[in-house]
Design a binder for this molecule. Structure first.
Ligand SMILES: Nc1nc2c(c(=O)[nH]1)N[C@H]1C(S)=C(S)[C@@H](COP(=O)(O)O)O[C@H]1N2
Ligand SMILES: [Mo]
Length: 301
């Protein structure tokens, strides 16, 4: 339909700048705010919330291969060589193989999706991603009927990912989705953000984005995609199963054992902005709740 379309980052970036709360607090943004164009109706997949700035999105990260501090990925991820890049596709799939990245995604539509992003640590951002729907790739690869899950692995390259020389995590970083979650149209394989290639610290050249789940499901620097009939082992679940479940759906009613998940801190909102309520399935309840019909979400956390 011509009158309803997804917002793109370029539609909302001026608004995001106008709405930058630090500018507003400094009294610089009020005139621009009044002059801002009316918000366009968001398409089914993009939020009309103001995106975080590129500096925020690429300056405050979790990427344990490069350190445990939020600034460590920005400082260290430049070490990673992302070209050439090969992705192994294996398991219950018609067209397995070792694909060069360009070949893997050649011809698939790159879409712009502005998604809320909620870390299990209770901070959040809004990110204007570019990427392909994972379903379009899986359709092309040919998922065999017996496959029930998709597993993902991050690159192992200790010379470029310094923390892989330590036993901090059981490398490689691993994640997985149930096949219906992987096929959901919201599930993205991101290749860029803000209209430019992904910064290394955000998971270049290819990372998963599952906006209704806690951020740790969104595995970075993917080099292997496996179709399987077994629920995959996943990194944080292997470390502390009672704290990090396989599903990891954002849920304000199911607290982490050590902190509440009822509210979150929006990165960049400023020192004086209050916390905001966390939304069921991170605000994607209408789209995804049916995937979990009949499941006890306190048990399947
Ligand atoms: N390979 C890998 N992927 C990862 C992580 C990681 O440490 N290693 N951290 C996860 C966590 S906990 C979060 S919150 C997000 C952070 O993504 P961002 O830095 O782009 O915001 O990446 C996820 N993907
Ligand atoms: Mo996270």
């Amino acid at each position: 339909m011509a009158f309803q379309h997804d917002l793109t980052w370029s539609d909302v970036t001026p608004r995001a700048l106008f709405l930058n709360r630090r500018q507003l607090m400094q009294g610089l943004g009020a005139a621009a705010l009044l002059a801002a164009p009316p918000a366009r109706a968001a398409g089914p997949y993009s939020t009309d919330e103001a995106p975080n700035t590129l500096e925020e999105i690429s300056g405050y990260n979790n990427y344990y291969e490069f350190g445990v501090g939020k600034q460590d990925p920005a400082a260290n991820a430049g070490l990673l060589k992302t070209d050439p890049w090969t992705v192994k596709v294996d398991g219950m799939v018609d067209r397995p193989g070792d694909y060069a990245l360009a070949e893997l995604i050649d011809g698939l539509t790159v879409e712009e999706r502005i998604y809320r992003f909620r870390c299990v640590e209770a901070w959040s951002m809004v990110v204007p991603w570019q990427g392909i729907q994972l379903s379009s790739l899986l359709d092309r690869l040919g998922v065999r009927p017996e496959a029930k899950f998709v597993a993902f692995e991050t690159l192992i390259r200790p010379e470029e990912m310094p923390m892989q020389k330590t036993g901090l995590l059981d490398w490689p970083y691993r994640e997985g989705l149930r096949l219906d979650e992987a096929m959901h149209p919201l599930t993205l394989l991101a290749t860029g953000l803000y209209g430019q290639p992904l910064p290394n610290q955000n998971g270049a050249p290819l990372r998963l984005v599952v906006p209704w789940k806690y951020g740790f499901k969104s595995v970075k620097a993917i080099v292997r995609i496996t179709l399987t009939d077994q629920m995959p082992q996943t990194t944080w679940n292997m470390i502390a199963a009672q704290e990090y479940g396989f599903y990891a759906n954002v849920n304000p009613k199911v607290d982490h054992p050590r902190w509440s998940q009822a509210s979150e801190r929006r990165i960049g909102a400023g020192l004086f902005a209050g916390r905001q309520d966390t939304l069921m399935f991170n605000g994607y309840e209408d789209q995804v709740a049916s995937l979990y019909a009949g499941m006890d979400l306190a048990v399947n956390y």
